[in-house]
Write a protein that binds this ligand. Sequence first.
Ligand SMILES: Nc1ncnc2c1ncn2[C@@H]1O[C@H](COP(=O)(O)OP(=O)(O)OP(=O)(O)O)[C@@H](O)[C@H]1O
Length: 316
Amino acid sequence: MINIQSLEKKFQETIAVSKIDLQLEEGQTIALLGPNGAGKTTTFRMLAGLIKPTSGSIIFDQVDESMDHRHYIGYLPQYPQFHGWMTGYEFLILIGELSGLTKKESRERASVLLKRTGLENAKNKRISGYSGGMKQRLGIAQAMIHKPKLLILDEPVSSLDPVGRRDVLDLLKALQEETTILFSTHILSDAEEISDYLVVMNEGHVVEQGKVQDLAIKYQKQVIKLSLSEAPEDWIETLHNLPYVKSIKQQSLNLYLETTNIAATREAILALIIENDLTLTHFSIEKTTLEEMFLEVIGFEATLPLIKKRITYAST
Ligand SMILES: Nc1ncnc2c1ncn2[C@@H]1O[C@H](COP(=O)(O)OP(=O)(O)OP(=O)(O)O)[C@@H](O)[C@H]1O
């Protein structure tokens, strides 16, 4: 759908986006992840046609070449501005007319979108009285007014409380059938929940990308957590020498062994325990989450495995 080639944006000496390449497929929900200053907003603003790239290209497939490509894009900025004195309905009609719809079309589209975004009952209320989540849903409605093929949302849930956040995530899930969605976040669980493709940026570069399930497999580590009643530091070296153990991390009395073969390492640990008459106070098999992938690719090594699934084999 969109082919981004060697896209770069410099602000004087700052390289905000550094020659990135991306292919976005129609129908996908793509999450752009990255810490503050990674270049997410700058990338979005170039895609939305709000700022010009320093170099590189953005090519839209299967669109009418004679049309401004902004026609195909709906954009919700990170800090959307509303006229608080207007009602949600009036605001959407105004945006509809500004985007080229007739008054009648704008009214019809505004009504459809207010319903779609769960704001029908608040349509005649002033926006100044809307909650954060309602404003964000209104912002999504305004971005959808001209039926864009691609909806770009800059941090749509970051500023919301848990209720507003849930409402907006559910709305995005519902909109996936209508349009391709590209949104940014620095919260991996939100990205995992609603997107099928992840792009991770750091310091202006794309440092990882792929389908969520492929990245989960690529970065999933198998970890054995165990606790001994004895001082664990005395056993770190011995455990490290067991078959298939790649690394060991210690947190107080707990040891986390990353292994490439859970079964073989488990057998070896149990043999070691019996041989040395040690007391095992905890033994479980853990799997790391994509959060660790995120920390790894942006240059932070996670201090401990972040655990998603846990299979406890023994605990005495
Ligand atoms: N108009 C500008 N003038 C100068 N520097 C800018 C401008 N806009 C962005 N930058 C710089 O470009 C870099 C990338 O900023 P950008 O806002 O794109 O990051 P981001 O990933 O969206 O971060 P955040 O999560 O904090 O919004 C930062 O170093 C930022 O200070």
